[in-house]
Design a protein around this ligand. Structure first.
Ligand SMILES: Nc1ncnc2c1ncn2[C@@H]1O[C@H](COP(=O)(O)OP(=O)(O)OP(=O)(O)O)[C@@H](O)[C@H]1O
Length: 185
């Protein structure tokens, strides 16, 4: 994915010429590229700088990056179980400002969950998960459903425990329906 985008190589040297001065300055600066957790902080914003930043993060096993209010998720192509632990879900759920934690699909999940719970219009929330085939859309949708199943099940009483169980089961049961929509999800 990082190799090519819209027919352009991610290697700035591949164009044959010298690197632009501002590009060179950005790439040679003191802050390591993988520490940039929001692509809006990349300056200058070019295909090269954005891809270099994502590549540096990928190499550092950091698979989520903000791009303003959008989240870029890279497919790690390997199991990263520590990234999807229920404890981590609870951490994002309990955080006063989840957007201040490391970029994660759980931030998106938590923000939409809070929007629904606060009943502020628009109450219905949509999350658009897009990407090419194999990018990880199904994985991401499942991670979100697991997240909602876990955070909806934080019971304080026996009655709410029963409600939470029902919600969890309904969320997990919705998976085959989501799958049936295939690429349009
Ligand atoms: N965050 C992740 N961690 C571990 N494995 C992942 C992750 N994201 C994707 N994968 C793996 O990558 C593969 C492709 O992911 P997935 O099926 O979600 O892609 P997709 O975008 O839904 O593809 P398609 O559009 O063809 O259905 C799967 O084997 C999945 O397990």
């Amino acid at each position: 994915m990082l190799q090519q985008m819209n027919g352009h190589s991610s290697d700035p040297n591949a164009h044959g010429g010298e690197l632009r001065e501002d590009l060179q300055e950005f790439l040679g600066r003191d802050t390591p590229l993988h520490l940039l957790n929001d692509l809006t902080k990349v300056n200058p914003v070019t295909l090269e700088t954005v891809l270099r930043c994502l590549q540096a993060r990928y190499m550092a096993d950091i698979f989520y990056t903000n791009a303003g209010c959008t989240l870029v998720a890279l497919n790690p192509f390997k199991p990263v179980p520590q990234l999807y632990l229920p404890e981590l879900m609870k951490e994002y759920h309990a955080a006063p400002q989840p957007q201040k934690l490391k970029p994660h699909i759980f931030t998106v999940g938590e923000q939409t969950y809070r929007n629904v719970k606060s009943l502020i219009e628009p109450v219905n929330q949509s999350i658009v998960v897009s990407g090419e085939s194999g990018a990880g859309k199904t994985w991401t949708s499942r991670s979100l459903m697991k997240f909602y199943a876990v955070v909806a099940a934080s019971p304080t009483s026996w009655e709410s425990h029963k409600i939470a169980e029902r919600i969890e089961q309904r969320i997990l049961n919705s998976n085959p329906v989501m799958e049936a929509f295939g690429p349009s999800r």
